[in-house]
Write a protein that binds this ligand. Structure first.
Ligand SMILES: [Mg+2]
Length: 215
């Protein structure tokens, strides 16, 4: 019986090539500032490291892990990327998504679980019109852990007082968002952006997730 839906944020509740590009530029800027090198050098080193890490892990890794691998701490990165740009400059309210989530909220508890930081997450949720929708918003700052570390989901379950089988995890990255959830016994749904989330709302409405009727 699904009682909770946990959504990834970036690439799931919004899609924006401009915002993804700005996160990349923010990472180059952070590396360049901390290491005192030109931004082009920073870009090359970070992209090379991301390629290496991708080969090792089997999935595309965020800039966060590339920066950490160079000894740049995550608090510095988060502070500098929040100073570097505001995602709200590139986003607008998503009315279809908002109304779909409001319908789901009548029956289910909704949460966000993102590797992003508190400041950028708050800006993004406000810009896409989703402030106040979620019962819980878990960011990197909540547990100081990054997906796909399975310890995050255990913390999330403890805070929500939920059991894994009551949860549906929705995200755009299979290895990062969905495999750890599935391993814990959650249901999962892979989406590529907010249209996929709206489709999940439709499936609940039309009882294609039939257990929702049993609540
Ligand atoms: Mg994502």
């Amino acid at each position: 019986m699904i009682k909770y839906i946990i959504f990834d944020l970036d690439g799931t509740l919004y899609e924006s090539p401009e915002v993804y590009q700005k996160f990349a530029e923010a990472a180059y800027h952070t590396y360049a500032q901390v290491k005192q090198v030109p931004e082009e050098t920073a870009r090359r080193r970070l992209e090379e490291r991301r390629e290496e890490l991708k080969r090792q892990k089997g999935f595309a890794v965020p800039y966060t892990l590339a920066l950490i691998s160079y000894g740049i701490d995550i608090e510095t990165w988060h502070r500098m990327n929040a100073e570097f740009f505001n995602p709200a400059d590139f986003l607008k309210p998503d009315e279809a998504l908002r109304s779909s989530l409001l319908e789901l909220k009548k029956k289910l508890r909704l949460a966000v679980l993102t590797n992003n930081n508190d400041v950028q997450t708050r800006r993004i949720l406000e810009a896409i019109g989703l402030t106040g929708i979620f019962d819980h918003v878990f960011t990197f700052n909540s547990f100081h852990l990054l997906k796909p570390d399975p310890a995050i989901l255990k913390n999330v379950l403890a805070v929500m007082k939920a059991r894994p089988e009551e949860c549906l995890m929705v995200g755009d990255r299979y290895e990062v968002d969905l495999i750890p959830a599935r391993n814990l016994g959650m249901q999962t749904s892979e989406v590529k952006g907010p249209a996929g989330v709206v489709e999940i709302g439709r499936r609940f409405e039309s009882s294609l997730y039939p257990d929702i009727k049993n609540q």
